[in-house]
Ligand binder design. Structure first.
Ligand code: ADP
Length: 377
């Protein structure tokens, strides 16, 4: 008679396993239907609680059954011995099942923990992008209006000072003064142009597929001319098979030159160094990395803010990288910067590659149209 409930219980254990796997499939389906609705009330199913309580009770009952068979039962010694053996034998599968369950639960918890950490990181990044974009947009509006107003009288000052400076009927001293006015007016005009391009009121040229490696090489070449004797090197490591990007070539040249100029300035202050420019293809984006061996960024969170500069008066306006930020944003890309642990600053630009230009290899068929990239600072 003892064998009958034993057999039923073993059969039930098997059935419970099958039912559990079916429940799990249903749970997964429900979870995917609920999507990301965090307000959904995920209460554990009643059956799950019952099943785990029964399993725990079964495991805990084993020593009692063993003790009963050994000390209390009046059955013949062979039967008692058989029962003890069965009880001991049951410890192994039940114990292993309990361990397995714990292991699976641990893994699931770890996976959920990682997923929620990732969500929090994404949320923080989005928040930063939003704040940065809003800040730039509102300052851009203000600055754009003011720059427009200044531009008109400035053009007149520049024009009249040019007339005076070239008027030979005037004395040498007067023409000298006119020349000085013209120089200052030109400087102001450059600043106003910077302000206008920061406010993005300078229309962008036609976009077309461009080769990033060529633009990187050209920007580096421009700057190499006046680096002789300055103990500063610019190394370009272009990645093979980097696809084209759809962009305005002149704007990219402006961005790259600005980053290179900043790096050269920083390394010059430190007595020399090397700027390494690398291009590579990663997850459907063309990535350009500018890493210098200078002193690093004083505050990486502020470098894209308009008018943030650590350069002395007259040397920097603090608009260069804010303009770059806007330009890269316009091209559908993202720009970020950080200090490397070993020293020096790195600027990273990501631009979406032209889909048709992806190199045809299985590895490159990864998320070509990544949802429009985050524009982060
Ligand atoms: P500006 O060059 O007129 O100061 P930018 O917007 O181009 O304006 O740069 C803002 C600031 O970012 C710089 O003043 C400097 O403090 C910092 N910066 C940019 N690039 C680097 C770099 N490679 N190393 C250290 N600091 C840098």
């Amino acid at each position: 008679m003892y064998d009958l409930p034993l057999l039923i219980s073993f059969l039930w254990m098997g059935t419970a396993g099958i039912l559990a796997s079916q429940n799990r499939a249903e749970d997964t389906k429900l979870a995917s239907q609920a999507g990301n609705d965090s307000s959904a009330n995920h209460k554990p199913a009643k059956e799950t609680i019952w099943a785990s309580s029964l399993a725990r009770a079964a495991l805990l009952s084993l020593p009692f059954i063993g003790f009963w068979a050994l000390e209390i039962s009046q059955a013949p010694p062979e039967v008692r011995q058989f029962r003890i053996l069965v009880t001991l034998g049951a410890v192994l599968p039940l114990g292993s099942l309990a361990f397995l369950r714990h292991e699976l639960l641990d893994r699931e918890r770890l996976r959920l923990l990682r997923a929620s950490q990732e969500s929090i990181d994404n949320l923080k990044r989005l928040q930063m992008q939003f704040v940065q974009s809003e800040k730039l947009a509102s300052i851009g509006q203000l600055v754009g209006g003011a720059a427009h107003e200044i531009n008109n009288p400035l053009t007149a000052i520049l024009g009249y000072s040019e007339l005076l400076a070239e008027d030979l009927s005037l004395g040498e001293k007067t023409r000298g003064l006119a020349e000085k006015i013209r120089e200052q007016a030109r400087r102001t005009k450059t600043l106003v142009n910077n302000l206008l391009s920061f406010a993005r009121q300078v229309p962008s040229e036609q976009r077309s597929p461009v080769d990033i490696n060529t633009i990187v090489n050209t920007s580096a070449q421009f700057r190499r001319f006046d680096l002789r004797g300055k103990n500063i090197r610019i190394e370009v490591q272009t990645g093979a098979g980097v696809p084209e990007v759809r962009a305005d070539m002149n704007q990219l040249l402006q961005v790259f030159s600005n980053i290179i100029n900043n790096a050269v300035y920083a390394m010059q202050e430190a007595g020399g160094g090397t700027l390494t420019v690398r291009t590579l293809f990663e997850k459907g984006n063309v990535v350009i990395l500018f890493s210098d061996t200078g002193p690093g960024l004083r505050d990486p969170r502020l470098v894209f803010d308009p008018f943030y500069t650590t350069k002395p008066v007259g040397k920097g306006t603090g608009l260069g990288l804010s303009i770059c930020y806007g330009l890269i944003q316009d091209q559908g890309g993202q720009i970020s910067c950080y200090n490397r642990p070993e020293g020096g600053a790195t600027f990273r630009i990501e631009l979406p590659a032209v889909p048709s230009a992806f190199p045809f290899s299985p590895r490159s068929v990864v998320s070509p149209s990544r949802n429009n990239p985050a524009k982060i600072a």
